[in-house]
Design a protein around this ligand. Structure first.
Ligand code: SF4
Ligand code: SF4
Length: 328
């Protein structure tokens, strides 16, 4: 099946470890079996793991991702006055053997040190390698996978996610499904994942933390005018809190498209680098995952415009970051 335009579906959650990658792989396999033209994106640049779930151990292409700048000190000009050490907001300046040096993993090139250096002893390296964009042209499940990984300590993983998505757009062209496995939380990577998306699956668990994080990620989808749907993982572990999520979903006009029971076969399949739906197809979680994926592939995607009109917010939610200052 070829969608008549490029449709982007993001699997997201405010909280980590709730089963996003397991669900994404299940949707991707179901879409592939239904004949969808699709590209799958692992947009968790700080901890990409979708390739592990899909058993990808070799990439067809790996492109370096360059970004930003880092500062370094000219030893012959530096008098070790310590001003840069004092002013660096990130604590990137260190004293090693009595000399001031800049930790390249911590520095974000903000230029505070060079503005304040009395000896003009600080210079910058530009276009530092900050990560990689990796492509598997065809996984063993039949679809391409694009994944990004940021170098530890480098900033702007959100920009890397944007570049990873752009790489996926090049592969899929103007028509087809772009299925994105977002990072957990509501940070810049998630904002990049949600930018331009049409639909989102919000994965949560029936716990106070899961519910709190669901509301935060939902607020973000409202800002981007994305039609959400909810999947509750391990729904049977806390029936009292499940009803809290159900009430919230009803009030906010979000369909709950499935509930996945707790199932020890899920971690077992992850240990084997296999999707649970292929390794333990008759397990309780697999049955739920297959039904959720079937709903998305057979009912929602073919009529995604209607779904979007029905469930997306009427107006964008303002998204104003709250700045908490020390002592407040
Ligand atoms: S502010 Fe300049 S001179 Fe002082 S320690 Fe840093 S680099 Fe050296
Ligand atoms: S550029 Fe900014 S982050 Fe880097 S060492 Fe200087 S003050 Fe610190």
């Amino acid at each position: 099946m070829v969608l008549d335009e490029r449709v982007e579906l993001v699997v997201a959650s405010g909280k980590g470890g709730v089963g996003k990658s397991t669900l994404t792989s299940s949707i991707a396999i179901a879409a592939s079996e239904a004949g969808y033209r699709q590209v799958v994106v692992d947009a968790d640049a700080e901890a990409p793991n979708l390739h592990l779930v899909l058993g990808v151990d070799e990439w067809d292409s790996v492109e370096d991702y360059y970004e930003g700048r880092t500062a370094y000190i000219l030893e012959d000009k530096c008098t070790n006055c310590g001003v840069c050490y004092e002013v660096c907001p990130l604590g990137a300046v260190e004293v090693v053997n009595g000399k001031h040096v800049i930790n390249q993993y911590i520095c974000e090139g903000c230029i505070t040190c060079s503005i304040n250096c009395p000896e003009n002893a600080i210079r910058y390296k530009f276009n530092v390698k900050a990560g990689e964009i990796r492509v598997k042209n065809r996984t063993s499940y039949g679809f391409p996978l694009v994944s990004g990984e940021i170098v530890p300590g480098r900033p702007n993983s959100g920009k890397l996610v944007t570049d990873v998505k752009n790489r996926a757009y090049k592969i899929i062209g103007e028509k087809g499904l772009v299925l994105v496995d977002a990072a957990a939380g509501i940070g810049c990577q998630v904002i990049s994942s949600l930018t331009g998306a049409h639909l989102s699956v919000l994965v949560t668990e029936p716990t106070p933390a899961g519910f709190s994080d669901l509301k935060r990620i939902h607020k973000l989808t409202k800002h981007f005018m994305i039609a959400p749907m909810i999947v509750v993982n391990k729904y049977d572990t806390n029936p009292g809190f499940l009803s809290v999520i159900e009430e919230y979903a009803k009030k906010e006009n979000i369909p709950i498209i499935g509930k996945i029971p707790y199932d020890p076969n899920v971690p077992k399949s992850m240990a084997l680098n296999k999707p649970v739906i292929t390794e333990y197809p008759d397990s309780p979680a697999s049955k739920a995952l297959k039904e959720i994926s079937r709903r998305i592939v057979e009912e929602i995607l073919p009529r995604w415009r209607e779904f979007r009109m029905k469930y997306r917010p009427k107006r964008p939610e303002p998204y104003i970051p709250v700045i908490v200052k020390p002592g407040q």
